[in-house]
Design a protein around this ligand. Structure first.
Ligand code: ADP
Length: 392
């Protein structure tokens, strides 16, 4: 594999003209720090957010010239309204005050975004995809990704055609959970072919950069990456696209919930009180953006002894069911804490496909059925048009 040199990338990028066709994007200080990961290149271009739409061809040109550099297989270029650290101020912002730069690792609040819809524009669906459903949690570590992957495979086992979009770009885990390695192949200049595992299509930032590489994402980059994974991937005909959301209910999650044409959301919670409080925050977040909550799943609900099969309710099981009833939200089911779930997840062999006869796999299939009834059933999210989300 040819080692990619930053200088070669910058040389290539110098061929791309700036917004007013004067100067090039490198001399104008628009190119952020460039991350090179194996044969993938990721960076952003600082632009005036108001001009983001019309600058899309410039973004594409940057992607094209970088892809033409020997050794580069993948390039992800995002437009951002933020200024790259250490770079000259973008000449495109009309001399306005510099934008707040979040410290490394911090999630930026959603500033005006590249590619953001103008006020009152409605988000278009993804052609061929019947329902896009978010799997979310109020906080990390409750088993959201594990549930998302097994649920997706359970939908597939129940006969639906399924895709998984790993929107957890801060900690993409789908490549590991699905046991997938490699890079998505381009279909043409712009569109990538999703990866595929166990009959399910998968797209994740984890395919573009290594899972353990810390990536600093600024608000606009997040949205740009998400939009590309949603709209520049050949998903084909899908009954359901399961979106594994980043954990939590911060601004970044809220923006995502607003920008993706979601038919509904499923909340994963553990039975503990604290998690339930967090789960409630999740519910409120989706309510705020008018996305129907299709139900709650209680994960690590009880512990079933691997030897005797006895069920012990070590975490005060049932909290999520009670909470769901109180809130008038469907309760989709409970998943026990079982070491097999973890062991098989870590091995990239989700239990629904690696041990389909197990009671656990059956539980996931039942939950998928209950969720599908909410999506496709009478009065479900698909049969009635998804609420149109208006971006303020
Ligand atoms: P999140 O996406 O909410 O951060 P993960 O899906 O990464 O959570 O799960 C956190 C950890 O809990 C992982 O090690 C996973 O294997 C484990 N886990 C999730 N659900 C279960 C379960 N039902 N039984 C046992 N371990 C589980």
């Amino acid at each position: 594999m040819t080692d990619i040199k930053k200088e070669d990338l910058l040389d290539a990028l110098r061929k791309v003209k700036g917004p007013s066709l004067e100067g090039d994007i490198v001399s104008l200080g628009m190119v952020s720090e460039i991350v090179i990961q194996g044969d993938s290149v990721v960076f952003s271009l600082s632009v005036d957010p108001e001009k983001a739409q019309e600058l899309e061809p410039m973004r594409q040109a940057a992607e094209r010239v970088v892809k033409a550099v020997p050794g580069v297989n993948n390039a992800m270029v995002a437009l951002t309204a933020d200024r790259a650290p250490g770079s000259a101020p973008p000449k495109t912002n009309g001399g306005g005050p510099p934008r707040h730069q979040p410290p490394a690792g911090e999630m930026a609040p959603p500033p005006p975004m590249a590619g953001q819809a103008p006020p009152e524009r409605q988000i278009a669906g993804v052609p061929g995809v019947k329902a896009i459903v978010a799997v979310a949690s109020g906080k990390g570590g409750v088993g959201k990704s594990t549930t998302a992957v097994n649920l997706a495979l359970a939908f597939s086992a129940n006969g639906q055609s399924v895709g998984i979009l790993d929107a957890d770009i801060y900690g993409p885990s789908m490549p590991r959970l699905m046991g997938l390695t490699g890079r998505p192949e381009p279909v043409d200049d712009k569109i990538l072919k999703p990866m595929e595992g166990f009959g399910v299509k998968v797209m994740s930032m984890g395919f573009m950069v290594d899972e353990d590489t810390p990536m600093i994402w600024r608000g606009p980059m997040v949205m740009s990456a998400l939009t590309q994974m949603l709209r520049e991937v050949a998903w084909g005909e899908l009954d359901i696209l399961v979106v594994d959301m980043p954990p939590g209910t911060g601004d970044a999650q809220l923006t995502m919930a607003q920008q993706v044409p979601l038919a509904g959301a499923i909340i994963v919670s553990t039975p503990q009180d604290l998690a339930l409080i967090d789960a409630r925050k999740g519910l409120n977040m989706f309510r705020k953006v008018d996305v129907p909550v299709l139900g709650i799943i209680e994960n690590m609900s009880y512990f079933s002894c691997p030897k005797c099969g006895e069920r012990s309710e070590i975490f005060g099981h049932g909290g999520a069911r009670f909470e769901a009833e109180k809130l008038g939200i469907p309760f989709l089911g409970e998943i026990p804490l079982e070491m097999e779930v973890r062991r098989r997840s870590d091995a990239g062999q989700p239990i629904v496909v690696s041990d389909p006869e197990s009671p656990l796999a059956e539980i996931y299939r039942e939950i998928a059925e209950a969720a599908w009834a909410q999506i496709d059933g009478e009065g479900g999210a698909v049969s009635k048009p998804a609420p149109r989300i208006v971006i303020e």
